[in-house]
Design a protein around this ligand. Structure first.
Ligand SMILES: Nc1nc2c([nH]c(=O)n2[C@H]2C[C@H](O)[C@@H](COP(=O)(O)OP(=O)(O)OP(=O)(O)O)O2)c(=O)[nH]1
Length: 135
């Protein structure tokens, strides 16, 4: 059986004034229309934090300060595997512009669980809510 790809992906829980940025994947991306924390695949030679700064500028045109790491999450999707490296971040410049995503929303922590998240993101969300005392 062919080995399925195992992706190494950084994602950012970007905070601004107590709310958090959630992004909806585009209709032609993998996991179409699922909600995620923006980010992407870590390139060779790049730290997870470098990856986030690059991806957030490419995908949404914003600058961020990368803060605390949350526990990494491993998930087995039908066609591939992913390890997610989540970081709590702050928006430092810009307003999100949709280059790849279908939508973005700024939500209060208690509202986040209402979205249709990519499966790998549920443990990330739990860890974040525990960290912020909203779990
Ligand atoms: N960015 C991100 N990806 C996630 C999350 N949860 C989750 O399962 N994923 C999956 C979806 C994708 O299969 C993979 C990330 O790959 P991607 O295609 O979005 O990354 P990328 O921007 O580097 O892609 P590309 O340059 O190859 O187009 O990880 C998440 O919260 N954020």
């Amino acid at each position: 059986m062919p080995t399925r790809p195992h992706l190494q992906v950084s994602c950012a829980l970007i905070e601004q004034d107590g709310r958090v940025l959630a992004a909806q994947r585009g209709p032609t991306m993998s996991l179409p229309l699922k909600w995620e924390f923006p980010g992407g695949k870590i390139h060779a030679g790049e730290t997870p934090q470098d990856c986030l700064r690059r991806e957030l500028m490419e995908e949404l045109g914003v600058q961020i300060a990368v803060g605390k790491a949350l526990p990494s999450v491993w998930h087995d999707y039908p066609g591939f595997r992913v390890t997610l490296y989540p970081f709590i971040c702050l928006l430092t410049a810009g307003t999100p512009v949709l280059h790849e995503h279908a939508a973005v929303r700024w939500l209060w922590p208690h509202e986040l669980a209402q979205l249709d998240w990519a499966d790998a993101d549920w443990p990330v969300l739990d860890a974040y809510l525990a960290e912020r005392g909203s779990g």
